[in-house]
Design a protein around this ligand. Structure first.
Ligand SMILES: Nc1ncnc2c1ncn2[C@@H]1O[C@H](COP(=O)(O)OP(=O)(O)OP(=O)(O)O)[C@@H](O)[C@H]1O
Ligand SMILES: [Mg+2]
Length: 172
């Protein structure tokens, strides 16, 4: 039987799907997430990896010592298919993790960046403009050179609960 009703408009259908998807993303970025333990952090990082959809991004990670920044990067790496363990890049300040199927995860930890050290010496601009996913701990130390598109992700403690963290996206 022929379809005698209104013809389908694939473009409109696609548009609606796209809007729904964007709303999902918006909601994710506008929510304060309560992260329960390491499994919760893995899940949160996995959702974030999914939202990147294979695109590059600069993610500035904020939060005190022990807030969960490295744990987040470990979860992100796992979700992106990295099998090598992610450890804090102490001396070089930068760790590179090639992604299966192409692309690169770059993990920077600027905690030990000595005052006055030129970020050029670690190839900061090249990494940030390379199309890689660049996750930066202690990103405040590079605040003047972060691109405007940087995603700022903050981890906060939960009082009297060491296994939970709050994660929020704030453009500062
Ligand atoms: N929900 C949670 N999310 C993340 N880490 C958690 C959570 N619950 C407990 N932890 C523990 O908190 C610690 C977080 O350490 P992590 O190295 O990720 O912090 P960091 O922000 O990178 O600190 P630093 O500034 O010293 O590099 C780990 O020991 C981890 O096991
Ligand atoms: Mg760390």
């Amino acid at each position: 039987m022929r379809n005698s009703g209104r013809p389908l408009k694939p473009l409109n259908v696609f548009g609606i799907m796209l809007r729904v998807k964007m709303n999902d993303d918006e909601q994710f970025f506008n929510t304060t997430h309560t992260i329960e333990g390491l499994a919760g952090m893995r899940e949160f990082a996995g959702r974030m990896a999914g939202l990147l959809r294979g695109r590059g991004a600069v993610i500035a990670l904020h939060g005190d010592l022990g807030a969960g920044k490295t744990t987040f990067v470990q979860g992100l790496a796992a979700a992106l298919g990295v099998s090598r363990p992610v450890t804090s890049p102490t001396f070089t300040l930068v760790g590179e993790y090639p992604l299966p199927g192409g692309g690169l995860l770059v993990h920077m930890d600027l905690y030990r960046l000595r005052p006055g050290t030129d970020l050029d010496s670690i190839g900061f601009d090249e990494y940030v403009n390379s199309g890689a996913i660049v996750a930066i701990e202690w990103a405040e130390r590079a605040k003047d050179v972060l691109p405007p598109s940087t995603i700022h992700l903050h981890f906060d403690p939960v009082p009297d609960d060491d296994s939970r963290r709050l994660a929020r996206f704030d453009q500062t």
